[in-house]
Design a protein around this ligand. Structure first.
Ligand SMILES: NC(=O)c1ccc[n+]([C@@H]2O[C@H](COP(=O)([O-])OP(=O)(O)OC[C@H]3O[C@@H](n4cnc5c(N)ncnc54)[C@H](O)[C@@H]3O)[C@@H](O)[C@H]2O)c1
Length: 326
């Protein structure tokens, strides 16, 4: 038996546009909302302080009928070692036989589907006519998050960027400026000045066990969408207790909260969840476009299955990758 191995370079060579990843991720949300998927909460091990390696299996039913698992690590100390914070592989099985069809590098997938999920969230929850976006924590995820926001918020006229390391901000500015020929990317030394007056705020800082939660509610304007890509590391709990709180998946959020490490000390409890993104994308809960909206997008395995399936299909079309004997 042979399986298709796709390296990071193979995956990147496919040049899949963000809009296609967003559509795939949104369809995954919809199927979750219709209960047409099997999506257990991700489990993990923690070999070093603040470091995790997560196992993320999922079967997407309906017309999709695709199944796979991601094994993904997040190591904050890697930045100082010149290594990526996130790395992993994704494995796709044949849902009929269980046989392995493909194994692929999951770095591109993780970054792009994570950005795409924020884009889909903004599609349903951002104020129409959002003009100012603030990005906090300017690494890999922030790049794809901003790229996805650009697809859904055509009125962006300013992007405020903040990182604890000025050189990260400079690099981000240089890399992302070509995407925004008409909107300046303004480096802000303080998170507060980045956030004040923003219509959308996205935080992409490292997930830590004892978060500082340094992004305050009093900095926010009345109508703002706040998206946490980094669990509860950055946003103060009051930010998530505004007019509507959403998560990407209710079950995963609540299960994680129950473990007693993340989403403690004032983060929304079950009764305070307005909806999850599955319910919104399936039309079971209405979009909310006014007031203080908080979203915790932890990252769910349905994004990986939907994106992995897209990558696999494109790779077959373009004859990319290497068939390896199992
Ligand atoms: N929700 C999801 O689906 C998902 C998926 C992948 C990664 N993540 C999470 O996203 C976060 C970012 O991941 P990444 O791959 O971009 O990492 P990265 O290391 O590339 O970027 C993190 C950035 O945050 C900056 N930073 C650290 N502390 C900060 C602070 N207090 N204020 C401002 N900036 C700060 C760092 O200097 C760095 O530039 C991590 O928490 C990661 O676990 C979430």
């Amino acid at each position: 038996m042979k399986a298709l191995w796709l390296s990071k370079r193979d995956v990147e060579s496919l040049e899949i546009p963000m809009t296609e990843v967003m559509d795939a991720v949104e369809e995954g949300f919809r199927l979750n909302g219709l209960d047409q998927s099997e999506l257990p909460a991700k489990i993990g091990v923690h070999p070093r302080k603040d470091c995790f390696i997560h196992a993320m299996p999922c079967w997407m039913g309906g017309e999709v009928d695709a199944v796979g698992i991601k094994w993904a690590a997040g190591y904050p100390p890697n930045q100082a070692k010149g290594l990526p914070y996130i790395n992993g592989v994704w494995c796709m099985n044949d849902p009929e036989t269980g046989m392995i069809k493909s194994v692929m590098d999951a770095n591109w997938m993780t970054a792009w589907r994570t950005g795409a999920a924020s884009g889909v969230c903004a599609r349903h929850l951002a104020s129409p006519g959002s003009e100012v976006v603030a990005m906090i924590g300017l690494g890999v995820q922030a790049r794809t998050n901003l790229a996805a926001l650009k697809e859904v918020l055509p009125g962006i006229r300013e992007v405020r960027i903040h990182d604890v390391f000025p050189e990260q901000a400079k690099r981000f500015q240089e890399d992302m400026a070509p995407l925004f020929p008409k909107a300046p990317l303004v480096i802000e030394d303080k998170a507060e000045s980045a956030v004040k007056g923003a219509d959308v705020v996205v935080t992409c800082t490292p997930i830590v066990e004892h978060p500082r939660r340094f992004v305050m509610r009093e900095w926010m304007k009345e109508d703002v969408l706040c998206i946490a890509v980094d669990y509860d590391s950055a946003f103060r709990e009051e930010v998530m207790k505004g007019d509507a709180f959403v998560c990407d998946n209710r079950n995963q959020y609540l299960w994680t909260q129950e473990q007693g490490v993340y989403f403690q000390d004032g983060y929304p409890l079950e009764a305070e969840i307005y909806a999850d993104m599955g319910e919104i994308c399936a039309g079971k809960a209405a979009p909310v476009r006014k007031g203080l909206r908080g979203a915790v997008l932890m990252g769910i395995a349905s994004h990986d299955v939907m994106t992995g399936r897209l990558i696999y299909r494109k790779a077959l079309e373009k004859n990319a990758g290497t068939w390896v004997e199992l």
